[in-house]
Design a protein around this ligand. Structure first.
Ligand SMILES: [Zn+2]
Length: 131
């Protein structure tokens, strides 16, 4: 799983892994902005770093699936206030997740790639949405 380092997601990530029988059976890469590093990196080295993590996970643990997970109100995207609406924000994350999945599958066509968006409500409740 590649997800953002944001501490607010810790419990949500743990619950998701538990509910999907992946706890203690999933390599986890935590990096600010998650899919942004693949889809729209500021520097090519950011994409290379993530791709190297995927390569290492494949080599060491023979992974067959990859989960790319972004979240709303992400500081790496300028937070919620960088967007004019919740829909615009979700679309940006969706676009980046889809593009990142395409890039990963371009290099590793055998990997099953799932994309998720952890959508934070104003109340702080986080819903994980498959995209
Ligand atoms: Zn974030």
């Amino acid at each position: 799983m590649i997800h953002c380092m944001d501490f607010r997601l810790g419990g949500t990530v743990k619950r998701y892994l538990e509910e999907n029988n992946l706890l203690d059976d999933c390599d986890i890469v935590s990096v600010a902005g998650a899919a942004k590093n693949i889809a729209a990196p500021e520097h090519e080295s950011e994409r290379e770093f993530i791709m190297k993590q995927i390569e290492t996970s494949k080599r060491l643990h023979g992974i067959t699936d990859l989960i790319l997970k972004n979240h709303t109100d992400c500081g790496a995207y300028g937070g919620r206030n960088a967007f004019s609406s919740r829909d615009e924000e979700r679309k940006k994350h969706s676009d980046h997740l889809m593009k990142a999945a395409e890039i990963v599958k371009g290099k590793y066509p055998e990997l099953r790639v799932r994309t998720l968006l952890a959508d934070t409500e104003d109340s702080g409740k986080i819903n994980i949405l498959p995209l």
